[in-house]
Design a protein around this ligand. Structure first.
Ligand code: CA
Ligand code: CA
Length: 253
C-alpha cells in the first residue's frame, strides 16, 4: 500500500471509530479474542495494539488475510465485511517488526463473527397444493409449509413463526384453515370442519351469462377484497378450468 493511500485509510478509519470510545478498542500486544458483528461497513477498526518498543511495522499470517489488515500504528481493521454464513471464526498471528526483523510476537488473534439478523426466511416451495376430505376433523394437519433461514439457528435471528396472511374464500372473516406457528402444519378450524364442501360449484341463475367475466364477478363477490389478480389466484384458476371444460363440453354437444 502506498503511503498516500495509507494516510487516507487511517483518516477514514479514525472517523469511523470516532463514534465509539477508542480507548475500549486499545490493548497491549498480547493474544486477544475479539467479537466482530458480520455485515459491518468497511473499513472498520477492530482493535489497536500498543506498538512494542523499537517496532515500526506489523506482519499478519494465517487465515483471513484478505479480510483483516493491520496498520503501522497497530490498528487491526476489517477490509472486507464479514459474513457469518461463510465463516464463523478466524484465527491468525501478528508479529511486531523493526523493518523486517521480528521484535515481538508472534501473538494469536481469534475473531468470533457475530451473527446479525440479515436473512429473511424462505419457503422451500412457492406453492403448496393439498387435498382434504370434507368433514375432516379440525386440527388434523393435511399439509406442512416449511421455511428456513440462513442466520444462526442458535439465536433468535433464525427463529421462525408461521402465520396465514389471507384465506380465500373468506366469508364473514371466518377462517376455515389454521397454521401451527411453530411447525407450519396446516389444518382446518372448527368452522372449516363444518363448512368445507367437496363440490360447492358455481350457481348461475336462469338466463344468466355463463362466461369467464361473469365468473370473475361472482368470484369478487364470494372473495371480497382479494388482492391477487385472478390469473395468479390458484383458487380462481382452478374453478376457471372447470368452467372452461364445462363450456367446451357444451359447445360440442
Ligand atoms: Ca433471519
Ligand atoms: Ca446473519
Amino acid at each position: 500500500m502506498t503511503p498516500m493511500v495509507h494516510l487516507l485509510l487511517l483518516a477514514s478509519l479514525l472517523s469511523v471509530a470516532a463514534g465509539v470510545d477508542l480507548e475500549e478498542k486499545k490493548g497491549p500486544f498480547v493474544d486477544v479474542e475479539l467479537d466482530v458483528p458480520e455485515g459491518t461497513p468497511v473499513p472498520h477498526p477492530v482493535h489497536q495494539f500498543q506498538v512494542p518498543a523499537d517496532a515500526n511495522n506489523f506482519r499478519l499470517s494465517g487465515e483471513g488475510l484478505d479480510t483483516f489488515k493491520i496498520s503501522k500504528d497497530g490498528w487491526l481493521y476489517l477490509e472486507k465485511p464479514l459474513d457469518w454464513s461463510q465463516e464463523t471464526h478466524y484465527a491468525f498471528n501478528v508479529e511486531a517488526l523493526a523493518d523486517e526483523n521480528v521484535v515481538e510476537g508472534l501473538i494469536t488473534v481469534t475473531i468470533n463473527v457475530l451473527d446479525i439478523n440479515n436473512n429473511a426466511p424462505r419457503f422451500e416451495q412457492n406453492l403448496y397444493t393439498a387435498s382434504i376430505k370434507e368433514r375432516t376433523a379440525a386440527g388434523v394437519p393435511f399439509v406442512r409449509a416449511s421455511a428456513s433461514d440462513r442466520d444462526d439457528p442458535q439465536t433468535v435471528n433464525a427463529q421462525l413463526l408461521y402465520s396465514l396472511v389471507s384465506q380465500i374464500p373468506n366469508n364473514h372473516n371466518v377462517p376455515l384453515f389454521q397454521i401451527d406457528p411453530d411447525t407450519g402444519d396446516i389444518s382446518t378450524t372448527k368452522e372449516g370442519e363444518e363448512k368445507l364442501k367437496a363440490r360447492e360449484g358455481i350457481q348461475y341463475a336462469r338466463g344468466e351469462d355463463e362466461s369467464i367475466d361473469s365468473l370473475k364477478a361472482k368470484f369478487n363477490e364470494y372473495c371480497p377484497a382479494q388482492e391477487i389478480p385472478h390469473e395468479q389466484n390458484p383458487f380462481f384458476t382452478c374453478v376457471e378450468k372447470q368452467v372452461r371444460r364445462f363450456m367446451e363440453r357444451q359447445l360440442y354437444l
